[in-house]
Write a protein that binds this ligand. Structure first.
Ligand SMILES: NC(=O)c1ccc[n+]([C@@H]2O[C@H](COP(=O)([O-])OP(=O)(O)OC[C@H]3O[C@@H](n4cnc5c(N)ncnc54)[C@H](O)[C@@H]3O)[C@@H](O)[C@H]2O)c1
Length: 353
């Protein structure tokens, strides 16, 4: 079934538009809305029949829109998502889903009350290598997760922080932990189980910003596995890497920073006698749409009531609980257990006082 989409925000919204255009049987981008009219018009021109708008409230008030797709700065996600859900729209929301754990709970409650779908964007989950690894897990060839090392080593400088909301607690609501490494932490939660404990050291060492741009994290997951996550925005180039050690299999990702699942991964059996079987499963893994188009295809299946692998709103919430626990661990200089108690003050606000 065809559904009409309005994209709010014409920055990363351009990549969302490309994702919808790759699925012409599922979606039509009806409106691009940005307070900067020139940006809205320029992006709207790239989709057939798409119109530009500058007033979000007017767009939310329309009854010919099925999906509101929020690509605005983080402090605007929860307020506009809740308004859109209450107006009867499904909502797609860029990461971070909300500015706090409490705000994410409020979004989920609004979606339930309106009986509408709310999905956070974690498009890194959609790539061929993840389909290969999932096939190995489904075939029982990995064994239990043991350890992993994660790298989010990117390069961000003055140009990037010239956009006024970035690097500020008031608008971005966090730094590299919230804005950049949130993707790789979502991936490890999905592959190794939810994070149950974290010890964090954060610092601002690269740019003159309020929020953190470097981190060293130790995590334990529900499977008992131990994970190290190294984060910086001061690397010479942009690379993300995962090295995942399972009981029977060691997995090494490529280094594609923004689509790690689209690179070539290696899958090495601990017992060489099992390598041929692993290679067979990897080669037979299904291919499908990747990145944003991959997630939007799952959204179409979800809205049609079909089996799907879309990201749940609860995954968005959990990613924010981990962020809250990381900030708490760093500030209180101690290991923090997850999930956080609902009345934990970091669930309401993790910003420094
Ligand atoms: N999933 C990813 O890989 C990924 C990548 C980049 C950004 N993001 C996320 O996407 C969101 C947007 O980031 P961005 O880089 O596109 O930012 P951006 O600043 O480039 O774009 C945001 C746009 O929103 C518009 N805007 C702001 N307030 C508005 C308002 N009240 N009404 C109408 N328009 C308004 C701005 O004019 C701007 O064009 C952030 O949450 C960011 O974390 C996600």
């Amino acid at each position: 079934m065809m559904r009409n989409v309005a994209i709010l925000g014409a920055g990363i919204g351009a990549q969302h538009l490309d994702g919808y255009l790759a699925l012409p049987d599922d979606f039509r981008v009806h409106t691009v809305c940005d307070q900067d009219n020139a940006k809205a018009e320029s992006l709207a021109e790239s989709a057939p029949g798409c119109v530009a708008a500058t007033d979000i409230e007017a767009v939310i008030g329309r009854d010919d829109i099925d999906i509101i797709d929020i690509c605005l700065p983080p402090h605007l996600h929860a307020p506009f998502a809740i308004r859109a859900l209450q107006a009867g729209h499904h909502v797609v929301c860029e990461k971070p889903m909300a500015e706090s754990v409490v705000a994410a709970h409020e979004m989920i409650a609004a979606a339930r009350a309106a009986d509408r779908v709310l999905i956070p964007i974690f498009q890194y989950r959609f790539g061929h290598a993840f389909a290969q690894l999932q096939a190995l897990i489904d075939a029982g060839l990995t064994g239990k997760p043991q350890v992993a090392s994660l790298e989010t080593h990117w390069n961000r400088g003055a140009d990037y922080y010239a956009v006024p909301w970035r690097g500020t607690w008031a608008h971005e609501r966090g730094g590299a932990v919230l804005g950049h490494a949130i993707h790789i932490h979502d991936l490890i939660s999905r592959l190794f189980g939810d994070v149950t404990a974290v010890s964090a050291m954060l610092d601002t060492r690269v740019n003159p910003i309020e929020t953190e741009d470097c981190a060293a994290l130790s995590l334990r997951t529900a499977s008992g596995a131990l994970v190290s996550s190294s984060i910086t925005l001061g690397a010479a180039d942009d690379r993300s890497r995962l090295r995942l050690v399972f009981e029977h299999l060691t997995v090494e990702s490529g280094t594609n920073p923004y689509a790690p699942g689209q690179g070539t991964w290696t899958f090495t059996a601990r017992d060489p006698a099992h390598q041929a079987r692993i290679d067979t499963v990897v080669q037979a893994a299904p291919s499908s749409h990747q990145g944003y188009a991959g997630q939007f295809r799952q959204l179409a299946l979800q809205l049609d009531g079909q089996p799907h692998r879309n990201v749940s709103a609860e995954s968005g919430l959990q990613s924010l609980e981990l962020v809250a626990a990381i900030y708490q661990s760093n500030r209180e200089r101690r290991e923090v257990g997850l999930p956080l108690a609902p009345d934990d003050p970091y669930c309401r606000n993790w910003q420094p006082s």
